[in-house]
Design a protein around this ligand. Structure first.
Ligand code: TMP
Length: 246
């Protein structure tokens, strides 16, 4: 990145730089992958570019469906320009199918199709290991009011409906995903972060048998191999579908 831009924040998978316009930022997607709060680390050449391209397509689709997001435009392959937001320190996870931590922490069987989407909140705090928290604790910590939380829950459910049907059309099952939100300078709540196979579980529906084929970061979390091939396949399907719509 051109050094006229100041590095404002570096996360596990992205760097955020200043922009000439104080209301905007430049987000660079890194090739680094981490899991289990960075206990496991690796680098996958090309991951940053794929996640930047996939995220921008999904943000565009969400915007077309009246979901306010921070995305403005792609700058180059692994960087995007976004509205500057003050990030709410919560990770909102929506699950359509029981998998991952839900099955490790409860007696719900892996692969159970949930009768209604389950929304879990995690406190964004690496030192505390991003703990699962309750609505009451969120209000107690004054992170959000009850009204704001209800608004975010409704928005998350709406995002799920849009993404679930979009992915289904390209033969992908949206199992679960994680969202982050923030406030812009006018105090509007916008969807931030990224929407990519790093923070969504996506299963291939194009196979006729019942075996689960993960096309997401579980390939790294569970040592399945083929992460770049999986992310490339997601990007290819998204791109083909948007070319068809043109
Ligand atoms: P989990 O089953 O590990 O709780 O993950 C649920 C979803 O949230 C899955 O799509 C991966 C995503 N996720 C993140 O994006 N970041 C995280 O730090 C964690 C724990 C999960």
């Amino acid at each position: 990145m051109n050094n006229k831009y100041e590095l404002i924040y570096e996360g596990k998978a992205k760097k955020v730089f200043s922009h000439d316009d104080a209301d905007k930022v430049i987000i660079e997607f890194k090739d680094d992958a981490t899991a289990f709060n960075a206990l496991k680390k690796a680098k996958f050449e090309g991951k940053g570019k794929l996640n930047c391209l996939i995220s921008s397509k999904i943000f565009e689709i969400l915007e077309e469906n009246n979901i306010p997001t921070h995305f403005l435009e792609i700058k180059n392959e692994n960087t995007m320009i976004a509205k500057k937001i003050n990030v709410i320190p919560l990770e909102i996870v929506l699950r359509n199918i029981a998998y991952g931590s839900l099955c490790k922490q409860t007696t719900i069987e892996t692969g159970t199709v949930l009768t209604k989407p389950l929304i879990d909140f995690y406190l964004k705090n690496d030192e505390l290991n991003d703990p699962l928290i309750t609505k009451d604790r969120i209000e107690l910590m004054k992170i959000l009011s009850s009204r704001e939380l209800d608004f975010l829950i409704k928005l998350t459910l709406k995002i799920n409906e849009i993404m679930k049907s979009f992915f289904k059309n390209i033969q992908l099952q949206l199992v679960d995903f994680k969202l982050e939100f923030g406030y812009d300078s006018k105090k509007n709540i916008l969807l931030g972060d990224e929407i990519s196979p790093d923070n969504c579980r996506l299963w291939d529906l194009s196979q006729k048998n019942d075996t689960i084929i993960s096309l997401d970061k579980d390939r790294f979390r569970n040592d399945l191999g083929g992460l770049i091939e999986a992310y490339s396949e997601i990007y290819k399907r998204i791109n083909n579908s948007s070319n068809l719509m043109k």
